[in-house]
Design a protein around this ligand. Structure first.
Ligand code: ADP
Length: 427
């Protein structure tokens, strides 16, 4: 039945510490409102009485600490009430972090003591890492802190499009529908949806991002005391595990939250034992976390990119621009033909190739690729520069030597140099 007809409107009464888990159906949005009580969606309180619109396919939970009555209008893929959730343990973590923030705030002139918690959330894919990060950030923001959110998961991208690592201060509880406002995040472009495509580059970008945040913290007591929450990717074996250790080390994490995997927790606890100031905490995965297969992930990536250009509610109007080949300076990092190992001196690693920045001439392969606009002033700066935004190549005309691309707005690009990886999108 179409939304709005009486048979699709229903009420759900939630007892205290229960949650309503919803997966919106694939074709229509869902309307939901809270009739009485109090409830939150991933750490953000929902307003009473007001209808909220959730897009098709969205998966979320309405949790109540004290009880609430919810009304839904529309079709869902699934919706059910759960009375077993790990929310108490999550909010206990929040309470500990909050106490540490208060302690940090109380000693602004001591460079060590003024640093609030640096939290990193790790665990396998679909263990609820992004969701827990979000709750911790929203709960902190609700109490007036402005914690920094760092997203290292280049496979999905919560702050900006996939293929990037990014950071942004969270000043208000995160909107359950709109997500994080895209003011001016600090973004580095990897250009691939898995770090394995260029591990060296991933490490360099993580380091760059961490250094910039370190400088920002040094000059801002408020954000220093609020600390950070770092979300990571679900790749936790082999090189993925090494990258987690690299991130823990690079951001000087003081709290490692391990979701849903005993083995990872015990491995991390053992390697981090020698660091007295690092707590490694094991947390239960929520039964509500929905597993997503490769196809669903691919689709989610596409809608993230679409959202960048068109807005979460189709409220932005991107602009189609035309440029001459000669106006664009496109570069690729690594990824060029790898020098055969036999051509290298004995014992040498070809790693430096992976960080080489090389110009790319316009070719058919650029069609439908998403390119990043670098803030670099010189090609030598591309590797260490963050990016202003993205363009999407929609047409290449080799006769007129013109390239057509979609950009968030008309006019000249905010930077001269473009970075290409293998991030594609089809509308
Ligand atoms: P990860 O970051 O570990 O890959 P996510 O936090 O992105 O996992 O969670 C996977 C999916 O499950 C997301 O779509 C999220 O909205 C959904 N989800 C998480 N927790 C719940 C819950 N308690 N109820 C319903 N859906 C949930």
């Amino acid at each position: 039945a179409p939304p709005g007809s009486s048979e699709t409107v229903r009420q759900v009464k939630l007892d205290k510490e229960c949650e309503l888990r919803v997966e919106v159906g694939p074709n229509f949005p869902l309307r939901l409102r809270m009739l009485s009580g109090t409830a939150e969606i991933f750490g953000t309180e929902i307003p009473p009485e007001i209808w909220l619109n959730f897009p098709p396919g969205l998966k979320f939970a309405v949790f109540t600490w004290h009880g609430a009555t919810i009304e839904m209008d529309g079709t869902t893929e699934t919706d059910y009430t759960a009375d077993e959730t790990p929310m108490i343990s999550y909010v206990n973590v929040h309470a500990v972090l909050d106490a540490r923030r208060n302690r940090a705030k109380a000693s602004p002139s001591d460079s060590d003591a003024s640093q609030g918690p640096r939290v990193i959330v790790v665990g396998p894919t679909d263990s609820g890492k992004s969701t827990l990060s979000r709750m911790l950030l929203s709960w902190a923001a609700k109490q007036g802190w402005k914690p920094t959110f760092v997203d290292l998961d280049i496979g999905q991208g919560t702050i900006t499009i996939p293929g990037c690592i990014a950071a942004t201060p969270i000043e208000l509880p995160i909107d359950p529908v709109e997500g994080i406002p895209l003011d001016m995040p600090l973004v580095y472009f990897h250009g691939h949806v898995t770090p394995s495509a260029n591990v060296e580059l991933y490490k360099v970008l993580v380091k760059e991002l961490a250094q910039v945040l370190e400088r920002q913290f040094a000059g801002n007591v408020e954000s220093r005391a609020a600390g950070m929450v770092v979300n990571t990717m679900g790749w936790i074996e082999g090189v993925g595990y090494e990258l987690l250790l690299h991130a823990i080390d690079t951001f000087n994490a003081t709290v490692v939250l391990v979701l849903g995997q005993e083995k990872l927790w015990s491995m991390l606890r053992d390697v981090l034992k020698s660091k007295a100031n690092v707590d490694v905490v094991k947390l239960q995965k929520s039964g509500g976390v929905v597993s997503r297969n490769a196809k669903v992930r691919q689709k989610a990536r596409g809608s993230r990119i679409r959202e960048y250009f068109y807005g979460p509610a189709n409220d932005l109007s991107p602009h189609s621009n035309v440029a001459s080949f000669s106006d664009l300076s496109i570069y690729r990092i690594g990824g060029g033909p790898q020098a055969p190992r036999s051509a290298l001196p004995v014992g040498a690693e070809p790693a430096s190739d992976r960080l080489r920045v090389t110009p790319v001439s316009v070719n058919q392969d650029l069609h439908h690729l998403v390119l990043a606009v670098s803030f670099a002033k010189e090609p030598e700066e591309i590797l260490s520069s963050n990016v202003a935004g993205f363009i999407w190549v929609t047409d290449i005309n080799f006769e007129s030597k013109k390239i057509t691309y979609l950009a968030p707005s008309a006019g000249s690009l905010p930077g001269k140099y473009l970075i290409v990886g293998n991030l594609t999108w089809c509308e």
